[in-house]
Design a protein around this ligand. Sequence first.
Ligand SMILES: C[S@@+](CC[C@H](N)C(=O)[O-])C[C@H]1O[C@@H](n2cnc3c(N)ncnc32)[C@H](O)[C@@H]1O
Length: 401
Amino acid sequence: MKSLPRYPGQLDWLKRLFEECHQAFLADRPVDKALGAAFRRFPNLGAKDRRFYGTAIFGLYRYWGWLRGTVSPDPLLGLYLAYFLEEEPPSQLWSEALGLPAAPDFPPRGLNAKLAWIRTFVPQANLEDLTPKFLPPFGPSTLEALSQRPPTWIRLAGNGKFSLQLGQIKHHRHQHLNTAIALEQPLDLQPYLGEVEIQDLSSQAVGLACAAQPGQSWLDLCAGAGGKALHLWQQMKGKGRLVLTETRESTLAEARERFGSTKGVEFVWLATDHNLDLGGGFDGVLVDVPCSGSGTWGRAPWLRWQLTPKVLAELAPLQSALLAQGASQVKPGGVLLYATCSLLEVENQGIVQAFLAQHPEFSLAPFADPLTGKPTAGERLVLPEEEDSNGMYFCRMKRVV
Ligand SMILES: C[S@@+](CC[C@H](N)C(=O)[O-])C[C@H]1O[C@@H](n2cnc3c(N)ncnc32)[C@H](O)[C@@H]1O
């Protein structure tokens, strides 16, 4: 591993990019989007430099619970510690710029060892500081997994030229889903999109639990940019009717672009205060609701600190309302899938139990867990530590009458 930075100008860039990202962070905007926008404005920054800046900045938010006191007045100390905690070696140049007599030893792996290490700089640090105080504590292995970036998972959607690329990079296939592949090295997937889709393993499991069939009609109520909808359409072998609804116009446009001009697929923009009027009668409805995203904190570490009790309290009624709307579109005998990328019970089992209590026409529909093959009673919580993926909850229900 080469230590960075190699020249002082890289520290100036790091500071500059951090300032932009931090403004986004404080305004509850996504840090990855802010960093991506900055990179587009400065196309001369090379791929290795970008990786360096991204690692230090993402690391800072991953360990923000420990490092928040180290970024002012100069963010370079916090970024330096974050780089260590991300298991990358900062160069001597960086230690000297901070006036440190010598670089500290590299921290050992694992959160407990990292905690002991960071206490040299932040004596009051504790493991509990890594979770917002108002949330119930996560188990140690979940907290550990949420402190690491999972690999990029892809779904093989075609069967042609992409397989050739796989021979050239480190990867592993999922033991049950042979179309799910974790890339262990960076790879530009842009030329292969369509052949492969970037889709987390847990999200692929949701698609498979839907088990959409050719010729059926499906509604994806919170379609986003169409990640799960593309998977449904693949299961339907391009035959039947698929309706994507979404409140963000630009996101729906992205989904439309990913599908191209596919006959049988409809895109419907909804106002936030919409009355859903799609005629009902769907064989299946997927309700992949907006949520805290707590299962994705390994990939998007800033989200952990942008969640507040108010945000969480506002999500529950929206999630319940969307589930009820989705339910209204399911035909008797049809299926309803509820999904979140959250690990929090209030957004998962809490919403489903309240729904089932109010809707006796629905009941849990058992399915085989796509990740293990084992039977479930109708719901599944994928923990991020199980398979090095995002965490996700999904529940399959059936309309009985
Ligand atoms: C978890 S994301 C969906 C991700 C998407 N299913 C995928 O697989 O890529 C939730 C989506 O719900 C959308 N949304 C928020 N409020 C909504 C509403 N009232 N009706 C429909 N969609 C809504 C958000 O804009 C967001 O794109």
